[in-house]
Ligand binder design. Structure first.
Ligand code: GLS
Length: 826
C-alpha cells in the first residue's frame, strides 16, 4: 500500500478554524443555517466537526497497521457499552476549550449540545463497559487493535417505572442520526446458516483427499460500521467495527423473479432480525436461538473481515498466530473457534492437526462469571440445525481432547464426563466455556479471587490438566472517561498537585498520598465533592424530577439488579433505619443524614429482580413521605441508570456499596470507579473489592460479611436463613414490616415472594450477612461524623487506586497473553 494522500482539509486547531468547519457542516451536511438549526442539527454538526479533526489520525493509524502488519489484538465482544462519544472525542483531540469557545462565539452553549447525544447502549453492564474501557486503553497505548461486535439497532432497553414497577421501552438510539459511525457496505460479508454438510474427494490419484464442505441453507449479509476509537492525545485512532445484518441481494431478485413476495419478505425479516436487539440478560443468558445466530453472525463476519481486509493477499495463514490474538470476551464469541477451524480445513485445505495448531494459538478466553447458570450451553439439536458443520468440528475437537484426558488420567470416566465439551444432562448440549478452555492459549479470570476460584472450582479439572493455561488479569476502568471527563473538579485538583501525566499513567496518583495529610488540600477536595453533589442535584431534578439534599451523605448502589448483588441487603438496612426512627428507638438528631441512591435495571424476564425494584421504590416512597424519617433518610431511584448518569453520579458519591455475597461477583468495575473518585467502599471480600481493600488499606474501607470459604462451608453444612430471622430482632422487625404491608398500603401479598424467598432459601445469604452489614454501617456513620478523617480516607482511596486503570489491565494482557506490538505514538 502506498502512502495515503494527506487530507486536504484537516481543520485548523484554532477557534476560527473550528467555527469555519462547524458552519460548513451546519450548512452543507445539515442543510440549515445558524438561525434555523435545531439542537439536533447543532449536535450533528458538532459531532462531525470533531470527527474531522480525528480523521487524519484514523487514516494514518489504519494505514500503518496494514503496512507494518504488526502482531495485533482483535477483541471479540457481543457487547460494547460505549456511553456518549462527543466529550470523549473532544478530550482525546484536545478540543474542549476550542470547541466551547467557538460555539460560544456563535451563541451556542456546548453543554446543551452534549445533552442531545443519545448514548449507544450496546451492552448490559460491567462486561460491555469493560470492553469499551479496554478499546480506549488500547488506542491510548498505541496497541494495534480492533474491536469487533454487533451494531444492535436497539440497545439495552430504556427503563421506566409505573407504580414503582419496571416497564421497558425500546432504545431507539439511532433515530436522531448516528454521526460517529461510518457504514461500509462495499465490505459486506456473506454468512451462511443451516443446510447440511457433504463429503467429496478433492484432487486425483495419489493426491486425492476426502474433504467436507458445508452447504448452508440460507445466507445473510453483514455490513460493517466503523467507529473511531481515539487514543488520548497520542495521535492514534483505532477502530471498532460493528456488524449489521441485511438480507442478501438474492432475496431482492427472488421477489421479482419468482413472484414469491411474501416468502422473500419473510426471509428478509429473518436476516434483518439478527442484529435487531441486544439481549437484555446480564450474567444469566437465555438459551435463545436468535442469540446463537447473533454470536455466529458477528464472529463469522469478523474472522472473514480480518483475513480478507486486514491481511495482505499473499498472507500465509499458517502464520496467523504471529499476526493476531483473538480475545474471546466471555463465551459469547466462542463459536469463532470451530469457525476458524472450518475456514482453515474446509476452505484453505489445511489438514486437521495443522489447523488446530494455528487455531489454538490464535485464541484466548476471558471468563467473567462464577455463577454456574451464566455458563452458556447450546443444545446440540439447536446448534446442529443452525451450524451443522460447526457441530461436527466441535465433536472432533472433543474426541481428540477426551482421548488426551483418558491418556493422562488412566480412563477416569467420571473425570472425562466432567471435562467433556458435550454435556449429556439434562439435554445433550455444547458447553461453550469448555470449548473455549480447550481451545485457548490462555484462560483468565477478571480479579485475583475470581481467577483463584476458576482454578479451584469452576474449571478445576482443566486447571489441573493445564496449569500454565490459567492466569489472572484484574479488570480496570479508563481514567479518561471516569475521572478526567466525569470529574473535571477533581481532575483539575490532581493536575494542579502532581501534573497531568496521571491521565495516561494512573500509578502517579500515588504522589497524592502526602496531600491526604494537608488540611488545605482536603478542604479543596471536599469543595470538589460538594460541587459534584450539586451537579447531581441538578441532574436528578432536571431528568427525573427527584429532589435530593446535597448536604447529606450520598450512599450509592448502582449496578444491574441481581439477587447475588444483594440490593435486598441495602433495602433492609434502609428499612431498619426507618423502623428505628418510627419506633422511637433513635432520635433523628442522632443519625447522619443520608440519601441512598439506587440505579439498577432488571432483565425483563427476571421476576424476582423486578419484585425487588418494586420493593425499593415502595420503601422509598414511604420513607420520603414520613415527616420525621425524611429529615434524615431519603431513597432516590432514578430510572434508566446508564453510563451517562454514572458520569455524574460516581463523582458525587460518598459511600460505594459493593455488597455481593463473597464468591459471586467476578470482579465488579463500578467499585473501581467509585474508589478513584474518592468514595469509600462498604463491601464484602468479593471480586476486585479484595484488591481495592488491600491497596487502600483496611482503615479506609468498611469490610463486612462472610468470606467465600465461610459462605461455602455454611452452604455445605445446610444454611437455614430462618434461624437468623429468629435470632436477630432488627432483621425480624424489618422483614415483618415488609410482610405486614408497611410498604404496600397494608397489602400483605405484594412482597410475599421476596420475603418468603429470603426466609426459605436465601441463596445469596442476605440474612447471614445482615448483622455484620449493620455493624459496618455503624462504623460508616461514626467515620462520616469526622469530615477531616473521612476526606483523608477519601484522598487516600484516590491516591491508592491507580492500579485500577484499564491501561494497567491492557499491559497485563499484553505481557501475559497477547504479546502484541506497541507502536510509537504518532
Ligand atoms: C460480569 C461480572 O458480573 C462482573 O463482576 C465483571 O466486573 C464484569 C467484567 O469482567 O463481567 N460478567 C457478566 O456476565 N456481566 C458482568 O458485568
Amino acid at each position: 500500500m502506498t502512502e495515503p494522500t494527506p487530507l486536504i482539509a484537516t481543520p485548523e486547531h484554532t477557534v476560527e478554524g473550528f467555527v469555519r468547519e462547524y458552519l460548513r457542516e451546519l450548512n452543507f451536511a445539515q442543510g440549515t443555517i445558524l438561525e434555523r438549526a435545531s439542537v439536533n442539527d447543532h449536535y450533528l454538526a458538532l459531532a462531525r466537526t470533531v470527527r474531522h479533526y480525528l480523521m487524519a489520525r484514523w487514516i494514518t493509524t489504519t494505514t500503518e497497521h496494514y503496512r507494518r502488519q504488526p502482531k495485533a489484538v482483535a477483541y471479540l465482544s457481543a457487547e460494547y457499552l460505549l456511553g456518549r462519544q462527543l466529550d470523549n472525542a473532544l478530550v482525546a483531540a484536545d478540543l474542549e476549550d476550542i470547541a466551547a469557545e467557538a460555539l460560544a462565539s456563535l451563541g451556542i452553549d456546548l453543554a446543551d449540545l452534549r445533552e442531545a447525544e443519545v448514548e449507544p447502549g450496546l451492552g448490559n453492564g460491567g462486561l460491555g463497559r469493560l470492553a469499551a474501557c479496554f478499546i480506549d486503553s488500547l488506542a491510548t497505548m498505541s496497541v494495534p487493535a480492533i474491536g469487533y461486535g454487533i451494531r444492535y439497532e436497539y440497545g439495552i432497553f430504556r427503563q421506566t417505572f409505573v407504580d414503582g414497577r419496571q416497564v421497558e421501552k425500546p432504545d431507539e438510539w439511532l433515530v436522531g442520526g448516528a454521526p460517529w459511525e461510518f457504514a461500509h457496505p462495499e465490505h459486506e460479508v456473506t454468512v451462511g446458516f443451516g443446510g447440511h454438510t457433504e463429503r467429496y474427494v478433492d484432487g486425483e490419484g495419489d493426491d486425492a483427499v476426502e474433504r467436507t464442505r458445508w452447504v448452508p441453507g440460507w445466507k445473510v449479509l453483514g455490513v460493517p460500521y466503523n467507529y473511531m476509537v481515539p487514543g488520548y492525545r497520542n495521535g492514534r485512532v483505532n477502530t471498532l467495527r460493528l456488524w449489521s445484518s441485511r438480507a442478501t441481494h438474492a432475496f431482492d431478485l427472488k421477489i421479482f423473479n419468482h413472484g414469491d413476495y411474501a416468502e422473500a419478505v419473510r426471509s428478509r425479516t429473518f436476516a434483518e432480525n439478527i442484529s435487531k436487539v441486544l439481549y437484555p440478560e446480564d450474567s444469566t443468558p437465555q438459551g435463545k436461538e436468535l442469540r446463537l445466530q447473533q454470536q455466529y453472525f458477528f464472529v463469522a463476519c469478523s474472522l472473514r473481515d480480518f483475513i480478507n481486509q486486514l491481511l495482505p493477499e499473499d498472507f500465509d495463514l499458517h502464520d496467523l498466530p504471529e499476526r493476531i490474538c483473538f480475545q474471546l470476551n466471555d463465551t459469547h464469541p466462542v463459536i469463532a473457534v470451530p469457525e476458524l477451524m472450518r475456514i482453515l480445513v474446509d476452505e484453505e485445505g489445511f489438514d486437521w492437526d495443522e489447523a488446530w495448531e494455528v487455531t489454538r494459538r490464535c485464541f484466548a478466553y476471558t471468563c467473567h462469571t462464577l455463577l454456574p447458570e451464566a455458563l452458556e450451553v447450546w443444545p446440540v439439536d439447536v446448534l446442529g440445525r443452525l451450524l451443522p458443520r460447526h457441530l461436527e468440528i466441535i465433536y472432533r475437537i472433543n474426541d481428540e481432547f477426551l482421548a488426551r484426558v483418558r491418556e493422562h488420567s488412566g480412563d477416569d470416566e467420571l473425570l472425562v464426563r466432567r471435562m467433556s465439551i458435550i454435556a449429556e444432562h439434562p439435554a445433550r448440549s455444547v458447553r461453550m466455556a469448555h470449548l473455549a478452555t480447550v481451545a485457548a492459549t490462555k484462560v483468565n479470570g477478571v480479579a485475583e479471587l475470581h481467577s483463584q476460584l476458576l482454578r479451584d472450582k469452576v474449571l478445576a479439572d482443566f486447571a489441573r490438566f493445564w496449569p500454565e493455561k490459567f492466569t489472572n488479569v484484574t479488570n480496570g476502568v479508563t481514567p479518561r472517561r471516569f475521572v478526567r471527563l466525569a470529574n473535571p473538579g477533581l481532575s483539575g485538583l490532581i493536575t494542579e498537585a502532581i501534573g497531568e501525566g496521571w491521565v495516561t499513567d494512573l500509578d502517579r496518583l500515588r504522589d497524592l498520598e502526602p496531600l491526604a495529610d494537608d488540611a488545605e488540600f482536603r478542604r479543596r477536595f471536599r469543595e470538589v465533592k460538594d460541587a459534584n453533589k450539586h451537579r447531581l442535584v441538578d441532574l436528578l431534578a432536571r431528568r427525573d424530577g427527584i429532589e435530593i439534599d446535597p448536604g447529606t451523605m450520598l450512599d450509592v448502589m448502582v449496578k444491574r439488579l441481581h439477587e447475588y448483588k444483594r440490593q435486598t441487603l441495602k433495602i433492609l438496612h434502609v428499612i431498619t433505619l426507618y423502623d428505628r426512627i418510627v419506633s422511637g428507638e433513635v432520635a433523628v438528631e442522632d443519625l447522619v443524614p443520608r440519601t441512598v441512591v439506587f440505579g439498577a435495571k432488571a432483565a425483563p424476564g427476571y421476576v424476582m429482580a423486578k419484585e425487588i425494584i418494586a420493593l425499593i421504590n415502595h420503601v422509598g416512597a414511604v420513607v420520603g413521605a414520613h415527616p420525621e424519617v425524611s429529615k434524615v433518610l431519603r431513597v432516590a431511584f432514578p430510572a434508566n441508570y446508564n453510563v451517562t448518569v454514572a458520569e455524574t453520579l460516581v463523582p458525587a458519591a460518598d459511600l460505594s456499596e459493593q455488597i455481593s455475597l463473597a464468591g459471586k461477583e467476578a470482579s465488579g468495575t463500578g467499585n473501581m470507579k467509585f474508589a478513584l473518585n474518592g468514595a469509600l467502599t462498604i463491601g464484602t471480600d468479593d471480586g476486585a473489592n479484595v484488591e481495592i481493600r488491600q491497596l487502600v488499606g483496611d482503615d479506609h474501607f468498611f469490610l463486612f460479611g462472610l468470606t467465600e470459604p465461610e459462605a461455602a462451608a455454611m452452604q455445605e453444612a445446610g444454611y437455614r436463613p430462618s434461624s437468623y430471622y429468629e435470632k436477630n430482632r432488627s432483621l425480624r422487625r424489618a422483614l415483618d414490616l415488609v410482610a405486614h404491608g408497611e410498604f404496600s398500603g397494608g397489602n400483605r401479598s405484594t412482597f410475599e415472594p421476596v420475603v418468603s424467598n429470603l426466609l426459605g432459601e436465601d441463596r445469596f445469604m442476605v440474612l447471614a450477612d445482615f448483622q455484620s452489614y449493620l455493624d459496618a454501617q455503624e462504623r460508616v456513620e461514626a467515620a462520616y461524623r469526622d469530615p477531616d478523617a473521612w476526606s483523608r480516607s477519601a484522598v487516600l482511596n484516590v491516591a491508592r487506586s491507580g492500579f485500577f486503570s484499564s491501561d494497567r489491565s491492557m499491559r497485563d494482557y499484553m505481557d501475559r497473553i497477547w504479546h502484541a506490538e506497541v507502536l510509537p505514538p504518532l
